[in-house]
Design a protein. Structure first.
Length: 281
């Protein structure tokens, strides 16, 4: 077995093998949603190896070698094309890199999703860790969480299962309980920010998908969307949270929203607990 989890399918020290993951991701991808693959009479149960090779611009033999767990110097360009073809989530893309080449990707997300190309992931994580004890996290343009510190995970365990902040706010029932005054203080400002970013980046596919998914799945979001409110950011806003880690006690926080000078495609959020407000609650 190679050190990247290649040949053995089960019980490996590294968890699931790369071949097992690739086959699972390939079989769940519907070819009918991919232009050029939707041929008449074709079944929709996943992609073939030939499909994936065609979508990534390599030979079927080349892709087959990867799916068999054969070790090679697979390029970042190829792995990113593969991530796109298999429609991988950010966490799945990171797993692909770790299993295939033994390291994390330089970019946490493909540029299509709104991630700046020159982000130093290590420096970003150090910055987030240096905000302790304040919870801090970073998102890309489409509100995918690309980094967080330990206090953030304690306050919001959902980041381990739902990597998009906006989708959690609107599509997870627990958000209505955890975010005090959900509609006025959280949902409407978020939709206003989404409308603002859509106006600034009208052709961004990740933002378009986010808008479509939220409005299709949340009647409350559709009603609020019709207000046509536009909000740039929530920096300095005072908000309240009801935290499970504190047995439902309300916590008042000031939202500190930052963006690097080099790019407006990255957000860094720090939640600073307001002790005066907590004391008065």
């Amino acid at each position: 077995m190679d050190h990247r989890g290649g040949q053995v399918e089960g019980g490996t020290p590294d968890g699931e093998s790369l071949p097992a993951l690739l086959r699972s991701w390939r079989r769940r991808t519907n070819p009918r949603g991919i232009p050029g693959l939707a041929t008449p009479g074709r079944r929709a149960e996943g992609l073939t190896q030939r499909d994936v090779a065609r979508l990534t611009g390599v030979s079927e033999r080349w892709y087959g070698a990867l799916e068999r767990g054969i070790e090679a110097e697979y390029s970042a360009d190829f792995l990113d094309r593969l991530s796109s073809a298999l429609q991988l989530s950010p966490a799945e893309r990171r797993a692909l890199y770790l299993k295939a080449v033994g390291r994390l990707p330089t970019l946490v997300l493909p540029p299509e999703a709104g991630m700046p190309e020159d982000v130093d992931e290590g420096l970003l994580q150090r910055f987030l860790d240096n905000q302790v004890p304040a919870p801090a996290f970073a998102t890309d343009l489409a509100w995918n969480v690309i980094g967080h510190n330990e206090p953030l995970l304690e306050w919001f365990p959902w980041v381990t299962r739902q990597e998009n902040q906006m989708r959690w706010v609107f599509l997870e029932p627990e958000a209505h309980e955890q975010l005090v005054n959900w509609e006025q203080d959280w949902a409407r400002p978020f939709l206003g920010q989404l409308r603002y970013e859509r106006a600034r980046h009208p052709k961004n596919e990740a933002l378009m998908r986010l808008e479509r998914d939220i409005l299709a799945s949340s009647p409350a979001a559709r009603e609020m969307w019709n207000r046509r409110e536009v909000v740039e950011h929530s920096h300095g806003a005072l908000r309240r949270l009801r935290l499970q880690c504190r047995r439902g006690q309300e916590v008042a926080v000031r939202i500190v929203a930052l963006r690097p000078m080099r790019s407006d495609l990255l957000r860094v959020i720090v939640l600073m607990e307001d002790q005066r407000e907590c004391g008065g609650a």
